[in-house]
Design a protein around this ligand. Sequence first.
Ligand code: ATP
Ligand code: MG
Length: 719
Amino acid sequence: MEYMDITSILEPLNPAQREAVTASPSALLVLAGAGSGKTRVLTHRIAWLVKVEQVSPQSILAVTFTNKAALEMRGRIEALLHLPTHGTWMGTFHGLAHRLLRRHAREAGLPEAFQIMDADDQYRLLRRLLKSLSLDEARWPPKQAQWFINAQKDEGRRAHHMVASHDPFERQLLRIYQAYEELCERSGLVDFAELLLRAHEFLREHADIRAHYLKRFRHVLVDEFQDTNAIQYAWLRLLTEAQDNLFVVGDDDQSIYGWRGAKVENIFRFQKDYPGHRLIRLEQNYRSTGNILSAANALIAHNEGRLGKTLWTAGGAGEPIAVYAAFNEQDEAYFVIERLRQWIHEGNRRSEAAILYRSNAQSRLFEEKLVAAGIPYRVYGGLRFFERAEIKDALAYLRLIANRHDDGSFERVVNTPTRGIGAKSLDTLREVARTRRCSLWEAASGLCADAGTPGRTRLLFTHFLQLIDGLAQETAGLPLYEQVKCVIEKTGLLGHYQKDKGEQAEARVENLEELVNAARLFDHEPQEDDALSPLTRFLAHAALEAGEGQADADEDCVQLMTLHSAKGLEFQLVFLAGMEEGLFPSLQSLEEAGRLEEERRLCYVGLTRAKRRLYLTYAESRRLYGRETYPRSSRFLREIPTEHLQEVRLRGAISGPPGPAPTPDAEGLSVGQGVRHAVFGEGIVLQSEGAGSQCRVQVKFAEVGVKWLMAGYAKLQSI
Ligand code: ATP
Ligand code: MG
């Protein structure tokens, strides 16, 4: 039995991987390129510790990048160990920090019922705050304040740590940060960055509790280490005082969250801070075909600040990477759907195919075409279930039931559905809350008790307060899903959308019903912290899961996601869409120094998600931000050696790879020349750009005005 276990853990590994998995206690860094089995090493290491070193699963802390990755890791470990893993500390930094804070809310200076705000909640809170400070939104955009605050927290800086700068703009931002901290404190609200910062501060300041966890977590393992930020790293340092129990795997070439505070330098810091560490490199890639791997290697070689790694594959070269130059974005989506259809028709699983793109907005068109083609799909990080307006309304009611001082939730639902509480009454309420430094709930109670308040205002607020208090009483002790059901019915939320006849309202009703289902399923899941009320757990789950995908996880669907969310994943078939300058690399990255290399790493991540088939597509014209653009193909395309590429042409014809081929002019057309088009009629050529298959001409037609056309397809006749 024992022998069998060891074989099942070690057999599927190469010698370098085995060395890492079986290493004796010491800090250890596995530094290796994409698809070389880093995540596999991490999972097998955990299995090894449990089975062979007899380490209790309870004393392992494993950090992954997304909840999805954590789930997958649990699955893999359960399969290896034949042991359930719930209750173990495996999750994201945010999830784990949240768990610590829930356990030790009091010591961490938080109310028991503290609520988590997602990015959208935080944004709204800041907007309200700026308004209450009489700061003009145009001059002080809430987004910028949000960015500033999160960046400070990610670096471990509180407002009181910061010295007022000479720059008046920064001084104001600092004041906003201060006011924001006070407001969160008063309302029992915690944003994502706060989860990490708070957990770090509390561990640092409570030596006794830290000692407990230091003893408990004999092993700390981290995947995607290159994307940890300063506070996460500090957190890891606190939990690995003994220096011999931190096991990290990462790839500097896949560091793609620098824009959000991640520090690839943590790899160097690790090497300095853990002087006794071991470094293991993995060089064999098991994921992709030779063509895909060589293309990715060649691309990333264009970056300068690299640690440098070798990566090879024992597999064959496979097919070349297909490049498709679409006429416009519609044509691009059409092409992708056609290829997908073919793939599914050949008997492949839909979930083995992924469409990756640089920006979220690109998913819409693909979604439209997938719906039309009847192909099931799932978007990650796109339309987020827990972020939809009606779901947030329902959650706000639930949050208010759990914590009356949650001002954000109060504001959200006090007049949703409409109860006649006007903007003026709300202004008065805010003013009272501000002067008394109390929550909106307390301010409303005060107004209701005050004989000087106009009768109607008093009546309306009294109703609202009674509604919430009544719901709290009524739902106490009910199963979670009945609580949710009761709330959406009795608050009038469901009725409000049911009355509405529009298609969107119908979808909203369905979503609210889906929320009841989600609560029902959630109630059945094994729970890790039984001390918490199911409602509190559910609300935390909703905040932490937001943005990581949608319900109905079991169906076999095509996967749509941004390149950022694709990290760590792999698919047989990958489409990388929108390979255009200004889109990918993004416009911002072209303007800011250092960003281009991160963008290239993102492209490296994208290419290396593909196992067998890879398509790179771009559109020669694209509607972007409401305007027609004619982008150049991405430089990343041009950085891949042509021998790995093959251009797919519209009519199935296959030509050589794309590139700045120096063929002259617009199919023999010259500026000022008269032309005839089959549909648009007669016109004059105004200008042309590009060459060969990418040549475009601008023509002024007598009847339809000025148009840009692809010379190759427009079939213009000279007249
Ligand atoms: P990324 O950098 O993208 O996160 P990774 O280094 O974590 O990649 P894994 O996801 O662990 O790589 O592995 C890539 C693929 O190779 C997986 O399908 C994995 O099962 C497979 N693999 C890893 N090691 C081996 C091995 N020794 N033999 C066969 N297959 C392997
Ligand atoms: Mg991995």
